[in-house]
Design a protein. Structure first.
Length: 277
């Protein structure tokens, strides 16, 4: 019976792949694990609730991946910002992020259109090979049978935390940490793409967990009635990933120094939240 089920899955996958102008739309929801605890004794109940609501909304986002056999576009869906607590100055320092991610797996390249510090960048570079280790473990995600794949990589991390009226001095030291990325892909949708930077598996990636963030597919539409167009972003300053990272590192340091200078000696309550990693 198991062999028959596997055979049927493979036949179904081949049938999908051979469909003329094959394409699809997958919806993903992200959740970021925050190693930050807000002490309710340091702020009022209403302020505490507003702060937690803002943080939750900031790191729970919805994306759509539009894909065909060779290309994909990964874009965040617009949503209203959470209301910020009144009477406080907040600086959130967050690394990473992508406005529009275009991947072309046939040509082994990507274009990431990213707006940072009021400037639009067009980051163009080669797709980095991911050394996936394919496992035999399976689970169902919706109507799809998914297989487990993993790989290990090093990430740069900084200290995370919350500072109220400068009661905490952050350590700006960057450290390397090895993490294991766990992905679940389905051969029933035979495209080697996935959310964000992830790709390179023999089936669409439906779930990713990378130690600090989880990405879950919540909806898939294959060959929608209205044909969707995948267009590579063209607006922005063209730059490599390495140069973009260097610019962001410099801008972050400048912003932190400016914030420290502007709020030194000021009266009132200030809250600084830093999300490193």
């Amino acid at each position: 019976m198991k062999k028959i089920i596997v055979l049927l899955c493979l036949v179904f996958a081949v049938a999908i792949a051979n469909t003329q102008d094959f394409q699809g739309i997958a919806t993903y929801k992200t959740h970021t694990k925050l190693d930050i605890k807000l002490d309710s004794s340091q702020m009022g109940g209403q302020m505490h609730d507003q702060m937690m609501s803002m943080l939750k909304k900031q790191f729970e986002k919805t994306y759509k991946l539009t894909f065909n056999k060779e290309e994909s576009i990964y874009k965040e869906e617009e949503q209203l910002e959470a209301p910020k607590p009144q009477g406080m100055v907040m600086v959130m320092v967050e690394t990473g992020g992508s406005d529009v991610m275009y991947k072309n797996t046939k040509e082994n390249r990507y274009t990431n259109q990213n707006e940072s510090f009021s400037k639009v960048f067009l980051i163009q570079d080669e797709l980095k090979k991911i050394d996936w280790v394919l496992g035999s473990e399976t689970k169902n995600i919706g109507d799809y049978t998914c297989y487990k794949a993993t790989y290990k990589r090093e990430v740069e991390v900084m200290e995370s935390g919350i500072s109220i009226n400068k009661d905490k001095e952050f350590d700006n030291k960057v450290e390397l940490k090895e993490i294991e990325v766990v992905a679940w892909y389905t051969p029933q949708i035979p495209v080697n793409s996935g959310p964000g930077n992830y790709y390179g598996l023999p089936g669409l990636i439906l779930e990713v967990n990378d130690d600090s963030q989880s990405i879950m597919c919540s909806k898939i539409v294959l060959n929608p009635e209205s044909k969707v167009k995948i267009s590579e972003p063209t607006k922005g300053k063209k730059i490599t990933q390495e140069k973009y990272d260097a610019i962001m590192d410099k801008k972050m340091k400048e912003m932190q120094n400016r914030y420290d200078s502007e709020h030194r000696g000021r009266d009132g309550e200030t809250i600084e939240i830093r999300i490193g990693g």
